[in-house]
Design a protein around this ligand. Structure first.
Ligand SMILES: Nc1ncnc2c1ncn2[C@@H]1O[C@H](COP(=O)(O)OP(=O)(O)OP(=O)(O)O)[C@@H](O)[C@H]1O
Ligand SMILES: [Mg+2]
Length: 298
């Protein structure tokens, strides 16, 4: 099982869209996939459920809340859902896609967890540091999760404690970004913060972690008749210059295809045959998945 965090603390860069489509395409290729929505905005959850179909289901918020109150984590597998629409498509192909959903109040759990460790600056000296930072890692080590090939975690646009539990649990990290100058600066900062987290954690943990950034995925790339806009190519170039791995496959801007997929509660990569623009987007998402598999192969 490989655990992959999809992160960028810049908002609206395509994290959730990449997570949903990668997960769906992997499942369509016969893999057993678990997606975890760690964002209180719950966009990943609503990529697979229409709001009216999502009411009483358990969410990761209750799981974190239970830990905050009892200090003993509940088994995480009790929170796993199987969204209907996407599984109706991928199950005949031998795969499945499961989801641990999110909901708004997760923000409070994040603050409570940090407070329990004595505030953000003093966490490392807290006797509970390892238990809290390893919450998700230990929960996923439960044998009930052995049946999954890939776990993808959609992180919120921040570097708070809940996000850090995802990074501690991860073998790999993917960074979706928009191809513009400020995003490129943000990527370097993200790498610095990830290294600091790993260094801090490894200085107290008996077993070191090594979450590896396998690549920046450029999303919402705008095309002209002659190919991607030139200014965007410059940003991609700048990322390689700071020696960040970059996915060769980029994802183009196609608001209508992404929005329509949202309304169907099935990611765009699995949408029915459509216009040339839709087919281009699907092709790119499929290529991205192949590249993902190559980059995560042990
Ligand atoms: N390739 C694309 N073309 C056009 N629109 C897109 C594309 N990918 C994502 N979007 C749209 O851009 C918005 C942000 O995308 P998304 O939610 O995936 O980003 P995010 O990084 O997860 O955002 P947040 O930081 O809020 O979690 C959404 O409205 C989504 O539908
Ligand atoms: Mg998101």
């Amino acid at each position: 099982m490989s655990v992959v965090s999809v992160i960028n603390y810049k908002g609206g860069v395509g994290k959730t869209t990449v997570t949903a489509n990668l997960g769906a395409e992997l499942a369509a290729r016969g893999r057993k996939v678990l997606l975890i929505d760690l964002d209180p905005q719950a966009s990943l959850t609503y990529s697979f459920y229409r709001p009216s179909d999502f009411t009483e289901q358990p969410t990761i918020r209750s799981w974190f809340d239970a830990f905050v109150t009892t200090r003993a984590p509940e088994p995480l597998f009790k929170y796993v859902l199987a969204p209907h629409a996407v599984n109706a498509i991928v199950q005949p192909m031998g795969g499945n896609l499961h989801l641990i959903a999110s909901q708004l109040g997760l923000v409070d759990a994040d603050l409570d967890l940090a407070a329990g460790l004595g505030g953000s600056r003093f966490q490392k000296s807290s006797p509970r540091y390892l238990q809290v930072y390893r919450l998700l890692a230990d929960a996923l080590a439960d044998p009930s999760f052995n049946k999954y090939d890939t776990v993808l975690i959609d992180c919120p646009p921040n570097f708070n404690l809940v996000t850090r539990t995802a990074l501690v649990a991860s073998d790999h990290v993917i960074v979706p970004a928009r191809p513009d100058y400020l995003s490129t600066l943000g990527i370097d900062l993200l790498r610095t913060r990830l290294s600091a987290l790993v260094e801090d954690y490894n200085s107290v943990a008996p077993t070191p972690i090594n979450p590896e950034i396998i690549g920046v995925v450029y999303t919402m790339v705008q095309y002209t008749a002659n190919g991607p806009l030139l200014t965007q190519q410059t940003s991609v170039q700048a990322t390689t210059e700071i020696e960040m791995p970059v996915f060769r496959q980029t994802i183009r801007d196609n608001k209508s295809a992404v929005t329509e997929a949202g309304l169907r509660a099935v990611p765009a990569v699995l949408s029915p045959q459509g216009t040339a623009a839709v087919e281009n987007l699907r092709y790119e998402l499929q290529q991205l998945t192949s590249e993902f598999l190559a980059r995560t192969r042990p």
